[in-house]
Write a protein that binds this ligand. Structure first.
Ligand code: FES
Length: 67
């Protein structure tokens, strides 16, 4: 019997969403993407590898005053 890990989402300060244990991930076109146990998803809209964070938020000095 397998034990499922809890799915979680964390908003990192001025950085990506950190998602854990997501089994299914689709891009904006509805295509399935390979998942990893821990993934960083872009929320600054500048990544060249969307939906994944590629560190571009650091280059643009992304700031989210709410989080
Ligand atoms: S949040 Fe890291 S590239 Fe957008």
């Amino acid at each position: 019997m397998s034990q499922k890990e809890e799915v979680s989402l964390e908003i990192s300060k001025d950085g990506p969403y950190i998602v854990k244990n997501v089994a299914i991930l689709r891009n904006s076109k509805g295509n399935s993407l390979e998942t990893q146990p821990v993934m960083a998803l872009c929320r600054c809209v500048s990544s060249k590898n969307k939906p994944f964070c590629d560190g571009s938020h650091l280059e643009i000095a992304f700031k989210d005053e709410m989080n």
